[in-house]
Design a protein around this ligand. Structure first.
Ligand SMILES: [Zn+2]
Length: 160
């Protein structure tokens, strides 16, 4: 599973316009390597800006279609785009927003995969100034000790 903003694409803030999409080549390289693997590739992303009214679910889906097109041109095929549209202050609590494990557990159920085989790539640099990656590690603790996290995103030079 791949986190989206700051891992697959540069986080430009409230990203929803395809013309602002900028893929991160090092992560694309990792995703292409995984393409050799029979495992599924899933994107898992919190999109709370939709709950805040900054853009719509249709905007996000349009961006995901554009991302899919750009990734396929680079030989990367994503099996599913998983997202949470909620934010506790705007829509109330939900089970799918990371660092709750609901989104990841549902995806593994849909793809009939065991939790212990989850490998997740996220931008560890977020640990320095954001709590998201720390929260992602929290997900691992909730899913099981064999859940693995890998660094991806800006700052990786030789991912393969
Ligand atoms: Zn949610």
């Amino acid at each position: 599973m791949f986190d989206r903003d700051s891992t697959i694409n540069v986080d430009t803030g409230h990203l929803h316009e395809p013309e602002k999409l900028e893929l991160i080549p090092s992560t694309v390289d990792i995703m292409r390597c995984y393409f050799e693997d029979p495992e599924y590739k899933l994107v898992v992303t919190n999109q709370e800006d939709i709950a805040k009214g900054l853009y719509t679910e249709a905007d996000m889906r349009n961006l995901h279609r554009c991302m899919e097109d750009e990734l396929e041109k680079l030989g990367v095929y994503v099996d599913a785009w998983c997202f949470c549209l909620h934010h506790p202050d705007y829509t109330g609590a939900c089970v799918c927003r990371k660092a709750s494990p609901g989104m990841l557990l549902a995806a593994m159920r849909d793809f009939e995969r065991e939790c212990g085989r989850l490998r997740m790539l996220a931008n560890v640099l977020r640990l320095l100034n954001r709590i998201l990656f720390a929260c992602d590690i929290g997900i691992g603790a909730r899913i099981g000790p064999s859940c693995s996290f890998y660094h991806a995103g800006l700052g990786v030079r030789n991912p393969c």
